[in-house]
Design a protein around this ligand. Structure first.
Ligand code: SF4
Ligand code: SF4
Length: 168
C-alpha cells in the first residue's frame, strides 16, 4: 500500500501501466456516473474535514488520478481508506461528482483485486465505530450547553482533538 499521495504522484515515471479504461469502469458503477464531469475546481478539498487534518489528502487529486488511468496507484493507496463518507464534498461539488460513492466503488475493487486483506476491512470497520463513539460523546458534551457555547469551549474541543492550530 502506498504511504502518501505525494509519493504516488512522484512515482508516475516508475508506473507500470496506465489503464485508460479505468475512468469508464468507475463511471459504469452506480454512483460513479459523473466522474468525468470533474473540472478540478478544488471545492471538494476545501469542504473536506479529512483534508483539513491530513495535508496530503485531496479528493480532487484522487479524481485526477482515476481520470489519468492510474488504477494500480489508486487502488493501492492509503487515501481511499481515509474518506469518512460525510458527503460534504458531494453536496458542494458544482458538477455533482459523487465522491463518497466513488470511494465505495474503489474500496470494493481494492478488496476484490486483493489490494487489502479481509482482516484489514475488519480493522477499518472497528476504527469507524470507535471514531463514531468519540464523536457521539463529544457531541453529547456540547449539546448540554448548546445555548451557551463560548470561545473557550471551542478552544477546548480543538485541544482535545489535537487541532489546536486551527481557528486562524
Ligand atoms: S468539487 Fe467536484 S468538480 Fe470540483 S474538483 Fe471536486 S470533484 Fe471535481
Ligand atoms: S465524503 Fe470523504 S472526501 Fe468527501 S468531504 Fe467527507 S471525508 Fe472528505
Amino acid at each position: 500500500m502506498q504511504t502518501v499521495f505525494s509519493e504516488t504522484i512522484t512515482r508516475v515515471g516508475a508506473m507500470k501501466t496506465i489503464d485508460t479504461e479505468f475512468k469508464r469502469e468507475i463511471a459504469a458503477c452506480p454512483g460513479g456516473e459523473h466522474i468525468m464531469r470533474c473540472f478540478a475546481c478544488g471545492t471538494c478539498v476545501l469542504s473536506c474535514p479529512v483534508s483539513e487534518v491530513t495535508a496530503d489528502y485531496s479528493p480532487r487529486r484522487i479524481i485526477r488520478m482515476i481520470l489519468l488511468g492510474m488504477k494500480e496507484e489508486v487502488l493501492g493507496s492509503e487515501a481511499i481508506w481515509y474518506c469518512m463518507s460525510c458527503y460534504r464534498c458531494h453536496v458542494r461539488c458544482p458538477q455533482d461528482v459523487k465522491y463518497p460513492e466513488i470511494m465505495r466503488v474503489l474500496r470494493k475493487l481494492a478488496v476484490e483485486q486483493g489490494y487489502v486483506t479481509p482482516g484489514f476491512i475488519t480493522a477499518v470497520n472497528e476504527v469507524d465505530i470507535a471514531a463514531q463513539k468519540i464523536r457521539r460523546d463529544m457531541l453529547k458534551s456540547i449539546l448540554k450547553k448548546r445555548d451557551s457555547i463560548t470561545k473557550e469551549d471551542i478552544a477546548e474541543i480543538r485541544t482535545l482533538s489535537g487541532n489546536g492550530a486551527r481557528g486562524r
